[in-house]
Design a protein around this ligand. Structure first.
Ligand SMILES: [Cu+2]
Length: 196
């Protein structure tokens, strides 16, 4: 009994660590939804629900992060998105027909608000950057634009000490960066915290 409970606990913890699964169908030469949104650590599950046509899910160049190869009718393909960013992709067979999509991977920040002096934690990935990759993080201060803040980060979480900063909304966004090729994902959606 104790073994079973331990196993269930492990599975529950892994469920938290690995995040949710989002389904994307490959039907009628369209990815649906065309733009899928998930949090870091989430899985995208592409399903070919057509009776006769093969498709692929292929990360756009130059990032080329994943490639399903041929997914036959009734087949599927999974990919885990560990880092925040916007990832564009296509079907290798039908890109000319407009069969393209985007995966938007959201980052996290905590706490959501706090007085100046709060050390906020910005989590841009669920794993330390793999060899050959880094995370680039930008910050936008109240009334300003996004500017480079921390580049070439390998840690999945970084701290921002808000000591001395004015009250207001501070936003963060990140991308995945292949240091060998220079290729990057697009920047993630902004994640904000409030300095009160
Ligand atoms: Cu296709």
């Amino acid at each position: 009994m104790r073994t079973l409970l331990s196993l269930l606990l492990v599975l529950a913890l892994q469920g938290v660590a690995f995040g949710a699964t989002v389904n994307v169908s490959m039907t009628n030469f369209v990815f649906t939804p065309k733009k899928a949104t998930l949090a870091i650590g989430g899985t995208v599950h592409w399903m070919n629900n057509t009776p006769t046509t093969s498709h692929t899910s292929t990360s756009d160049v130059p990032l080329s992060l994943w490639d399903s190869g041929t997914v036959p009718p009734g087949g599927s393909f999974n990919f885990v998105f560990t880092a925040g960013g916007q990832y564009t992709y296509h079907c290798s067979f039908h890109q000319g027909l407009g069969m393209v999509g985007t995966i938007s991977v959201k980052i996290k920040a905590s706490p959501p608000s706090g007085p100046a002096g709060t050390r906020f934690r910005i989590t841009v990935a669920t794993i330390t950057a793999p060899a050959g990759f880094v995370y680039d993080i930008q910050r936008r201060d109240p009334g300003g634009n996004f500017q480079d803040w921390m580049l070439n980060v390998t840690a999945k979480t970084v701290g921002w000490d808000s000591t001395g900063f004015a009250p207001g909304k501070y936003s963060f966004r990140s991308r995945l960066h292949n240091t060998g090729s220079g290729a990057t994902s697009g920047y993630s959606a902004a994640k904000s915290v409030m300095v009160s």
